[in-house]
Design a protein around this ligand. Structure first.
Ligand SMILES: Cc1ncc(COP(=O)(O)O)c(C=O)c1O
Length: 371
């Protein structure tokens, strides 16, 4: 065997021995308590029809974008969507990326320079960590949602300072005190950046806009693969930021642009979102129901993401397997994806989950905690 193959084999065996081996699975027809399809848009027949109609009304339509935005992949349609979304989210400008991962990689690898400082909440998403790692800036983390910890890092920061938070954290589902964080970052002349991946949907245009803070935040990242049920992302900010990213963000420059059908899906999903007051209310009711029928756990969040901390990888895996046996698609989140000792099952609630399904989840969780 070549040394590369030996290396691969050894690493996979090591991962397997640690009980951390990842495998791909396909849908097993279980009740969905794990996807990010919070409003059911990914499965929505109404959205499928809207996309089909819009797609068929455009002519001529290309199957693929044919190149990067800077070469052949840009269309008037693309720019019109960016302007429309910027207005919808209350921003001066926006730039589309092929995914939230690409958006964060592009933004954080290109903007902060050597001598600058990026300060992230310790639970920040991997895409932001990866982007920051590609920059030459100093990097700090602060304790989750802890303003004292953030302030101590702000005091030590040099150069231009970027503070990064999520408005709904992807693994814990909780929300930071954005207004208070903003006060602090303003005091230190730092730029606040908010990733709204999991907030859009629960809040139609994200939490920042809901709090009327959109003019005070330096940049926001909105992703379309979660509540919007499609794919892609936009970085929102002022015009110069958009121009900067077009010039320096490598994950924007060196990749084929989103295909036309993705653009149509993004546009129509936002149209549907504006008419989804009832669906959002149903999601909020389901979050309330969850808290009522699952009373034994105290770490509730106000979002569709709920977690039951089990404290070890093996316990989390056992619990997820037991729930799957009961027909419920709940997944274990293991360390190192989450911190050691906080291994968990992550439960995602959706507008389409029925009361009966949440009750079923409750009795299955009861069985686990009594076992
Ligand atoms: C907070 C956060 N930001 C960004 C991303 C990446 O978005 P995408 O799935 O569109 O690449 C995710 C995805 O899980 C996320 O949870």
């Amino acid at each position: 065997m070549s040394s590369a193959n030996t290396y691969i084999y050894d690493k996979l065996r090591e991962r397997s021995n640690l009980g951390l081996y990842r495998t791909l699975t396909t849908g097993r027809g279980l009740i969905d308590f794990c996807s990010n399809d919070y409003l059911g848009f990914a499965r929505s027949e109404a959205l499928k029809d809207l996309i089909r109609q819009e797609h068929d009304s455009q002519y001529p339509v290309l199957n693929g974008a044919t190149g990067s935005r800077l070469i052949s992949g840009n269309m008037a349609y693309t720019e019109a969507i960016e302007q429309h979304l910027a207005a919808y989210y209350g921003s001066q400008a926006g730039l589309l990326f092929n995914s939230g991962y690409d958006a964060n990689l592009g933004l954080f690898s290109s903007l902060p320079q050597k001598g600058d400082t990026i300060i992230c909440d310790e639970l920040i998403h991997a895409s932001i960590i990866d982007g920051a790692r590609l920059s030459y800036a100093n990097r700090y983390t602060f304790k989750h949602n802890d303003l004292d910890s953030l302030e101590s890092k702000l005091k030590a920061a040099k150069g231009l300072i970027y503070v990064v938070i999520e408005s709904v954290y992807s693994m814990d589902g909780d929300t930071p005190p954005i207004a208070r964080i903003l006060e602090l970052t303003d005091r230190y002349g730092a730029n606040l950046i908010v990733d709204e991946a999991h907030a859009v949907g629960l809040y139609p245009a994200g939490l920042v806009k809901y709090l009327n803070l959109e003019n005070k935040i330096f940049a926001r990242i909105i992703t379309f693969g979660k509540a919007l049920g499609c794919h892609g992302a936009i970085v929102l900010g002022k015009n110069p930021l958009r121009e900067y990213l077009i010039n320096f963000a490598r994950s924007f420059i060196y990749t084929t642009a989103l295909p036309f059908h993705s653009l149509v899906a993004i546009k129509m999903a936002h149209g549907l979102l504006q008419e989804s007051t009832e669906t959002i209310t149903k999601l909020r009711e389901n979050i309330k129901t969850y808290k009522q029928v699952i009373p034994q756990y105290d770490a509730y969040s106000e979002s569709p993401i709920q977690c039951v901390i089990l404290g070890s990888n093996s316990k989390a895996k056992q619990a997820a397997a037991a729930l799957q046996q009961e027909g419920l698609d709940v997944r274990a989140i293991l360390s190192p994806t989450v911190g050691l000792g906080t291994e968990r099952i992550r439960i995602c609630l959706h507008a389409f989950n029925t009361f009966g399904e949440i009750q079923q989840l409750s009795s299955a969780l009861n069985k686990i905690s009594n076992a």
